[in-house]
Design a protein. Sequence first.
Length: 196
Amino acid sequence: MKTFDHLLDTLNAAAPAERPAIEALIRKTFQVTRTALVLDMTDFSISVRRTGILPHLALIRRMQVLARAPIVEAGGEIVKHDADNVFAVFPEAAQALAAAEAIQRQLAGQGLETADGRSVGASIGIDVGDILLIRETDFFGDAVNIASRLGEDLAARGEILVSERAWVAAGKPPGYEATEYVVSGMPITVLRRGFP
């Protein structure tokens, strides 16, 4: 099987008439419908400045270990770790919400203690849609972009932000409050749940 990067290189070098066939091959090989979950550690950058990077690399590893079990137990798979983020995919939206809620319950209140006695928590974003999934390497698509914006930029510590389409796909679970955000210039309805 040709690698994703090789197929992109082939697409870039192709004549315009050849591109639709190559794009179709890329979609056939890598496109799936999944729910994307993006976890970002909160209060991280300020804490690094106070205590240095090595204690925080250990802290990142603790968060990765803490998040792994709920993700795997809910039927998801971790695609990658990037800095203080965890990126995962799930076959069903309800599975992603179950994992996110389990992670936030574990962190509720105290979070993970930093080297200087403070704590960090997590913010989580979730969306569903067609994505290009390169297993255990990376993933791309609108659902990944929305989940990343929700988890990294908009959610606060202890929050789960779920796109309306993911919330509906999960069966409209109770406990989520609707709010509006502008993501990449587009207004979207988001469901929010906080864990104190």
